[in-house]
Design a protein around this ligand. Structure first.
Ligand SMILES: CC(C)(COP(=O)(O)OP(=O)(O)OC[C@H]1O[C@@H](n2cnc3c(N)ncnc32)[C@H](O)[C@@H]1OP(=O)(O)O)[C@@H](O)C(=O)NCCC(=O)NCCSC(=O)C[C@@H](O)CCCCCCCCCCCCC(=O)O
Length: 719
């Protein structure tokens, strides 16, 4: 797993060999120790280069090992052996040097990177800290503020920035290993004491205490309950205040706490889930590895409202040709300006040229005739979308993939408007579409595997985390969200306030509670959807029936607010009040509280005390229960798909892994017991009835989430 050779007569070359990313598994660590011994004992060798096979230096510690009993030489000791070597050690960094990979490079006496290489310490994203000396060496090398930035955010830097920060000594555009060998030859025989980073003093800014205090405050605020970023600050503080040997002890101590935490498990589960969802499959047997995407050179976007504009920006940024169609001239002019602004701002941020020339605009749908794929993004209205699909069927060349950006409408009904329903697929983007990472790719019963593969591939090109899901009302994300929102409304009826519900959810880790979020996205959005489902018409004549729709409990609270013109931030009033329309700072609204009181009085409801625990259980378990139904119906292929959707599309706190992972952490038996409890208390809410898959999982001994698929696959009849 590590190979040794001698090159150019005097340079030992150690090559890490563990595809695909040369992760530092036990065998690689053992290999490094053995090859290092060889190199150091070879009298012809004057200096040593460490590189990785296949143009990748190293992706860090082997994350798969973290769930097992660790064996082999500890990475910290391997790196100490490298740093202690009496011959110059040079890291030749190509591809990536991440986590333990960068720590390995920091143990070397010199570092050279290819200009396209990326470096970073992303452990914090996995709920860990760089515990192979990274928190102690990096601040000694580049200073405390820069090290804090890299370690607490986990961000990658490209070689040029690494050079500027002082992480690497040289950057090359040529063959990195050859350049490293040259560097190794040039430093052979030179003294090494000044090259061992662990011996450097850590430069201390004069206002050290204030710096760490400020950093800790910032990090805690951003972390929303995640413990790893806080531990990262503490570890760097140890580097700044303690000798290296004590600092490394502190690093280990902090790592042990993180390593065994539920948060680290959640974040590592998410790492693998994010990769698992790209290996999609459907109940009909279509799969990622047997379905080839169609070639896409030109994409059309129909409708340039907020969503269409964001989609156009995201497409142009991939370098694809885009034809953007908007039939209303005024809207078209506005869109042109807005899209250009967004592209220019994005390009400035990324330090690249804006791709304005990739887009052609037209008021005429005929302009899309030669597009390979069309994304319809008109208003969320089935009749309108059907009309557009009829036009698309008439205008597009044969074989064009027809995609609809819908958040909940039936993709199959739209497919019926065309002669080639197999080419129709949903692409549910999230607003703002050029920013949000999630894309739900929705296949209908007639969608071809190639259409799914094409939409998934396009999503990947656009930098999205794409998840393939089946066609149902609201797909995965919004179907679950509906129940979460509804439970929050019910809690208000029963005695809670928006402030109490939001506080409970924000303490759980959501960036915004349900009511603040609803104010931000606009209450009218859901109102329109409910009206479309015939749910949003308030029956003022009958007190009781206003709270029962289609035979189930219903809360008209959101509708009543909309009827008052309270649409949230945009109107300056919603569940909270704002200083002006468009204002962003929510404050408690006495009007809303008295409105709730009179609403309860009118409907004979007596307010009771509701605590945070009940808020979490009602809102989250209702949603999780629906998640089990979604799995049972095969709408999502596995719990990973649901969790990725929630983390990337709905701001579910990452360190809690996603709703289904959370259910696993809480314990399935407990979730079942609480759902049974709430179902008894609220018999008029049928969806609180525990899903039979949940019952089956509990009956099978509550296997860990990684084994749920085995139970899902078992047909009901075997129960
Ligand atoms: C590297 C990437 C940027 C590549 O991206 P790309 O898009 O090209 O490819 P993929 O992401 O699809 O990946 C391909 C493939 O590779 C797998 N993979 C990637 N990285 C790793 C990895 N590090 N380990 C294992 N597997 C990996 C990935 O899953 C894909 O597999 P598939 O089957 O789907 O094909 C990108 O992959 C990336 O960003 N990777 C992660 C980089 C990263 O986060 N690195 C940091 C790792 S953590 C680390 O390095 C820790 C070290 O600081 C410290 C180690 C010291 C440990 C000491 C422990 C002491 C604690 C003791 C406690 C004891 C407690 C007790 O038990 O009592």
């Amino acid at each position: 797993m590590a190979q040794y050779s001698r090159v150019s007569g005097t340079v030992g070359l150690i090559t890490l060999q563990n595809p695909p990313v040369n992760a530092l598994c036990a065998a690689v660590r053992q290999g490094i120790v053995e090859m290092l011994k060889k190199a150091l004992s070879d009298s012809k060798v004057k200096s040593v280069v460490i590189c990785g096979q296949n143009g990748i230096f190293c992706g860090g510690a082997d994350i798969k090992e973290f769930g097992m009993n660790m064996s082999g030489p500890p990475l910290v000791q391997v790196i100490h052996a490298i740093e202690d070597a009496n011959k110059p050690m040079v890291a030749a960094i190509e591809g990536v040097a991440l986590g333990g990979g960068l720590e390995l490079a920091l143990g070397c006496h010199y570092r050279i990177a290819h200009s396209k290489a990326r470096l970073g310490l992303p452990e914090v994203i996995l709920g860990l800290l760089p515990a192979a000396g990274g928190t102690q060496r990096l601040p000694r090398l580049i200073g405390v503020p820069a090290a804090l930035d890299l370690i607490t955010t986990g961000r990658h830097v490209i070689a040029a920035e690494a050079l500027q920060l002082g992480i690497v000594d040289q950057v090359t555009d040529h063959k990195t290993v050859d350049a490293a060998v040259k560097l190794a030859q040039s430093v052979a025989g030179k003294p090494l004491d000044a090259r061992r980073i662990s011996t450097y003093p850590c430069a201390r800014p004069s206002d050290l205490d204030a710096l760490f205090e400020g950093e800790m405050q910032k990090v805690r605020q951003r972390a929303r309950g995640a413990i790893a970023p806080v531990a990262c600050v503490q570890a760097v503080q140890a580097a700044a205040t303690l000798p290296y040997t004590q600092g490394i002890e502190r690093e280990k101590e902090l790592m042990v706490t993180l390593f065994t935490s539920g948060q680290a498990r959640a974040l590592q589960y998410l790492f693998f889930s994010q990769r698992a969802v790209s290996k999609w499959s459907t109940p009909s047997g279509a799969r990622w590895d047997t379905s080839k995407p169609g070639p896409i050179h030109k994409v059309a976007v129909i409708g340039l409202g907020t969503m269409g504009r964001g989609i156009t920006v995201a497409l142009a940024q991939t370098g694809l040709s885009v034809v953007a169609v908007e039939t209303q001239e005024k809207q078209l002019m506005g869109a042109k300006k807005a899209v250009s602004n967004m592209l220019e701002q994005g390009a400035k941020r990324r330090g690249v040229a804006p791709t304005l020339d990739k887009i052609s605009y037209s008021p005429n749908i005929q302009a899309i005739a030669d597009a390979d794929l069309v994304i319809e993004a008109v208003f969320e209205d089935m009749a309108l979308k059907k009309q557009v699909f009829q036009q698309l069927a008439a205008v597009c060349k044969p074989g064009t993939f027809l995609c609809t950006n819908t958040s909940s409408l039936d993709v199959d009904q739209l497919a019926s408007q065309t002669r080639s329903p197999e080419l129709v697929v949903g692409m549910h983007f999230f607003a703002p579409a050029h920013v949000m990472k999630l894309l739900e790719v929705v296949y209908g019963p007639r969608t071809s595997p190639q259409a799914v593969a094409t939409a998934m591939e396009l999503g990947k090109k656009m930098g999205k985390v794409s998840v393939a899901v089946g066609n149902c009302q609201g797909f995965v994300g919004n179907r679950m969200l509906k129940l979460y929102l509804e439970q929050a409304f019910f809690l208000l009826e029963e005695g809670a306030t928006p402030e109490l519900v939001d506080r409970a959810l924000e303490e759980f880790g959501f960036a915004m509670g349900v009511f603040r979020m609803s104010d931000l996205s606009g209450l009218d959005v859901g109102w329109k959807v409910r009206k479309g489902l015939m749910l949003g018409e308030t029956d003022v004549s009958s007190g009781q029936s206003a709270r029962i729709r289609q035979g189930c409990r219903y809360s008209p609270l959101g509708d009543l607010l909309c009827e008052q013109g309270r649409f949230g931030q945009k109107t300056g009033q919603g569940w909270y009040q704002y200083d002006k329309p468009g204002g962003r700072v929510a404050s408690s609204d006495p009007w809303l509280h008295s409105f709730l009181e009179s609403y309860r009085a009118k409907h004979g409801l007596v307010a009771r005390h509701i605590d945070h625990q009940e808020v979490l259980e009602r809102c989250l378990y209702a949603m999780i229960n629906e998640g089990f139904r979604i799995l049972e119906e095969g709408i999502a292929a596995g719990p990973e798909d649901i969790d990725v959707i929630y983390v990337f599309g709905y701001s579910w706190p990452r360190h809690r892994g996603g709703p289904m992972f959370y259910a696993d952490m809480v314990g399935l038996a407990k979730v079942l017991e609480r759902l049974e409890h709430y179902q008894q208390a609220h018999p008029d809410v049928p969806y609180l009835q525990p899903c039979s898959l949940l019952r089956r999982l509990v009956a099978s001994g509550s296997p860990p989430i990684q084994r749920w698929r085995e139970v899902i696959k078992k047909p009901h009849s075997q129960l």
